[in-house]
Design a protein around this ligand. Sequence first.
Ligand code: DX5
Ligand code: ZN
Length: 221
Amino acid sequence: MPASIKIAPSILSADFTRLGDDIRALEAARADWIHIDVMDGRFVPNITMGPLIVAAVKRITTLPLDVHLMIVQPDAHIVAFADAGADRITVHLEADTNLHRTISAIREAGCSAGVAVNPHTPAIALEAILPYVDMVTVMTVNPGFGGQALIAGMWEKVRALRRMTDVLGVHIDIQVDGGINADNAQMAVNAGANVLVAGSSVFKHPDGIAGGVEALRDALI
Ligand code: DX5
Ligand code: ZN
């Protein structure tokens, strides 16, 4: 697996009665980042976790915490998540009317800044913000729940974004999030993604968390 590819397991599918054990298993499996899905019941139908969980995870790991905010008005919560220990904060383009200001706030708080787009948002909507972010996230499912099937039409969006970053000469991560497993991981990388978020394919793998991370890694040439 090339070194520039990062595997970011999403703890949305972890066992929350033993979250510490699952985090330690991710470390042992040499996951690259820990992806934390924050949902508010407004931007998406589901409600999950907040800064309290980010702070708890931070206490037991040195892995970078990749916090994905699926919340309305994310600008109001940047400092809380940065203070809780987020290393990277991603907000949704569809949830923010002053995206450039929010991106600046994320960086001022000392974090890497990302922008995510839902499946219906075209790549071109990201063009003006690309020079200001560290990462873009292409949602390969409609956000809200783990365990959904990937929407194959999203590969073309990843390809379009990689072409745009090449033309602009900006070096940013392209993350794919939702329905990623060992059968499609290489397709994501071929399209131009270099950060793979995976929830159920890691945590529900028959060989456990280590088996799930290893299966993704083995699927990549
Ligand atoms: C979807 C979340 C994803 C998702 C990943 O709303 O942002 O991170 O839970 O889980 P799987 O890999 O199960 O789709
Ligand atoms: Zn996510």
